[in-house]
Design a protein around this ligand. Structure first.
Ligand SMILES: [Zn+2]
Length: 346
């Protein structure tokens, strides 16, 4: 590229957060050259959870990818200008998207011709984030400067994304079915079980983690900077509880992580550790009595099963008797969870 201006990147909507941008002039010339090291298309997908949490700048255009979820608004085809739909990413987070004019037309014509039951993967590049408006969460829409919508086969590596979509489809399985899984790939299931006992391993009932992201701390005592960028004066104790569950004649082990503690116990690992220290107990393998209240409880669980690590993690749980009954009714009958159940446990 020859003869261009270098200007401050002060556009209302920026394609990247670089300080400067290149601007074409009447005298700019371009020539195509091969640079094998530079990929032709490169997307930097923003996670939906980051958009929902308000971690995105509204002046910066973003790329997102996800599976089409639901059409919430569309005008008749003859005067179609606007389409609103929801998109679900590979963590099952859902976001509302608005497309205008040519982008809306493209989506609707594809949508009208798609096979029922087939996932529809959508990539939106250079789109805008509209910030939270009161009770309305942030949404995404196309921008007028270079947004593209790519659907299914137009996306490179589409099979990889389809596979990930299938991976986050939930299966309903009994605990004995889960324990019998041998595949090398992880799968997400919904199940019901009753907690029976703690499995005491090398770690004890907590580990030392980052204050912000709950990742395990690299150092035992003293200050450290976590991989997430947070500077920690000291580590924070975080729950990691390996619990044996039973259902009918089957049993299995699931790990509860710190983020679920508020759902099942009223005390944080930090407070509980301090209580223990006050009682003169500093052994992490000595299980505090208050943890016993986690036992003999029946719950519906959404779990991530990793047979090759011989570990399953609880992602969400509920002790709502109606939900437990719904899951029980589906075990052994349905392979895949119905959408309502997915919502309750998401
Ligand atoms: Zn961290």
């Amino acid at each position: 590229m020859h003869n261009f201006n270098v200007l401050k990147n002060d556009l209302q909507f920026k394609a990247c957060d670089h300080l400067y941008r290149l601007q074409f002039t009447a005298g700019t010339t371009l020539k195509q050259r091969e640079f094998p090291d530079i990929p032709k298309f490169e997307y930097d997908y923003t996670k939906f959870s980051d958009i929902m949490a308000g971690n995105c700048r509204s002046d910066l255009l973003i790329d997102i990818i996800g599976a089409f979820d639901k059409l919430t608004y569309s005008q008749p085809k003859a005067c179609l200008k606007k389409v609103v739909f929801t998109l679900k990413d590979f963590s099952s987070d859902v976001i509302t998207c608005t497309l205008w004019e040519a982008h809306a037309m493209k989506l609707i014509s594809y949508y009208d011709n798609k096979q029922i039951g087939e996932p529809m993967i959508i990539l939106l590049s250079n789109c805008r984030v509209k910030e939270r408006q009161g009770k309305y969460p942030p949404t995404v829409s196309n921008s007028w400067s270079g947004s593209k919508i790519l659907i299914d086969k137009e996306i490179g590596n589409i099979d990889k994304y389809k596979k990930r979509y299938v991976d986050f489809t939930l299966y309903v399985k009994s605990i004995s079915e889960i324990s019998a899984l041998t595949s090398s790939e992880e799968i997400t299931c919904v199940t019901v079980g009753t907690t029976t006992m703690f499995v005491v391993g090398k770690q004890g009932w907590y580990y030392d983690g980052c204050t912000k992201c709950t990742k395990k701390a690299d150092v035992k005592d003293g200050p450290f900077t976590c991989k997430c960028g947070t500077y920690n004066k000291t580590s924070t104790p975080r729950y990691k509880l390996d619990i044996k569950f039973c259902h009918q004649h089957g049993s299995g082990r699931f790990v509860f992580w710190d983020r679920q503690y508020a759902d099942i116990i009223d005390i944080s690992a930090y407070e509980l550790k301090n209580q223990m220290l006050a009682e003169g107990e500093d052994d992490p393998k000595a299980f505090p009595l208050s943890l016993d209240e986690l036992l003999a409880r029946t719950m519906a669980l959404r779990v991530k099963v990793q047979p090759s690590y011989n570990q399953s993690s609880v992602i969400r749980l509920s002790e709502d008797p109606n939900l437990i009954k719904t899951v029980l009714d589906q075990i052994g009958i349905f392979e895949v969870v119905d959408q309502n159940l997915l919502l309750l446990l998401s």
